[in-house]
Ligand binder design. Structure first.
Ligand SMILES: [Zn+2]
Length: 303
């Protein structure tokens, strides 16, 4: 126990030292680009688009990992310690971000809750308790999978960046507007593509894809998790087989970090095809947000 305490104290001192070193290094470098850290790559990619060469962007969660559960590491705090802006997903998805921001001791960082202007889906009515599973009380937080919401996020970022770097405010807002047009074009193309599917109902493992489905005319007939965050029972899987066969569903959309046994069972029993996709793009670069959306849509539409 005492050894653990000593270790923790040493780790805390090291973190403090690292933060000091980083702050000193950036101050002397005199770089005037805004340093942006985002919870997920999708927000980071939008920030790259809006900020252009005026921002330096990084993200915390790895794209193939579960954004609901991110282990808070001292290295993340160090990264946020030198940030000008932190981009949160909000709607209680990335509550871990608050721990990172607090731990960074950066009192000057501008925290942007990117969910501020979107209209949440699946807002629970009535009392939320444990029986409903891992329900997000303010609504479904996976909103970035509708590119029209990406367009709204871009406008928020242009405003936040413009306040911190007023000399380039007009550039930020012009890029956000252009990006919004692009988002709407990608959304329209996706809706057209998926409208051609013979069956427009899908299964998903977790409710991560409701915005993508709703915005492109698909319906999520059921989830493999009986309630969010709870793995399926045998009875639930048997009900799903009946549902899939009765309604001729063809696709299960599933994140790579969930186990594959339920998908294998459903495939054997009903011929259901599993589309394994991360709900996040794999890069913070401008362009990767919409490329990922197109890839998911393409994978659903694939024969
Ligand atoms: Zn979720």
């Amino acid at each position: 126990m005492r050894i653990l305490q000593r270790y923790l104290r040493a780790a805390a001192t090291f973190t403090g030292l690292a933060i000091t070193l980083f702050t000193a290094a950036t101050a002397t470098a005199g770089g005037d680009r805004l340093r942006v850290v985002a919870s997920i790559n999708d927000l980071a990619s939008i920030a790259s688009t809006v900020g252009g060469d005026r921002v330096e962007v990084a993200a915390i969660a790895r794209p193939g990992s579960d954004v609901h559960r991110v282990e808070v590491l001292p290295s993340y705090m160090v990264r946020v310690a030198r940030a000008d802006v932190y981009l949160k997903v909000g709607l209680a998805l990335d509550a871990w971000a608050d721990q990172i921001i607090d731990g960074s001791r950066n009192t000057k960082v501008t925290v942007v809750d990117c969910s501020r202007t979107i209209t949440p889906l699946d807002k629970p009515t009535g009392r939320v308790d444990g029986r409903a599973g891992d329900v997000h009380p303010d609504g479904n937080p996976h909103y970035w999978l509708d590119p029209r919401n990406g367009a709204l996020v871009a406008l928020e970022l242009a405003e936040a960046f413009g306040k911190l770097d007023p000399a380039h405010a007009a550039d930020f807002s012009a890029r956000a507007t252009a990006f919004g047009d692009e988002c709407r074009a990608h959304h329209a193309a996706a809706a057209t593509k998926l409208a051609a599917l013979p069956v427009r109902e899908i299964l998903t493992y977790h409710p991560s894809w409701v915005y993508l489905a709703a915005s492109t005319g698909l319906t999520v007939a059921a989830t493999v998790e009986p309630v969010p965050g709870i793995p399926p029972t045998g009875t639930h899987l048997q009900n799903l087989v009946e549902l899939v066969n009765a309604r001729h569903l063809a696709v299960l959309l599933q994140e790579p970090y969930f186990p594959g046994d339920a998908a294998d069972f459903l495939a054997r029993q009903s011929g259901l095809r599993t589309v394994k996709m991360s709900p996040s793009c794999d890069d913070v670069a401008a362009g990767s947000y919409l490329a990922h959306f197109d890839a998911v849509v393409g994978a659903i539409a694939a024969p």
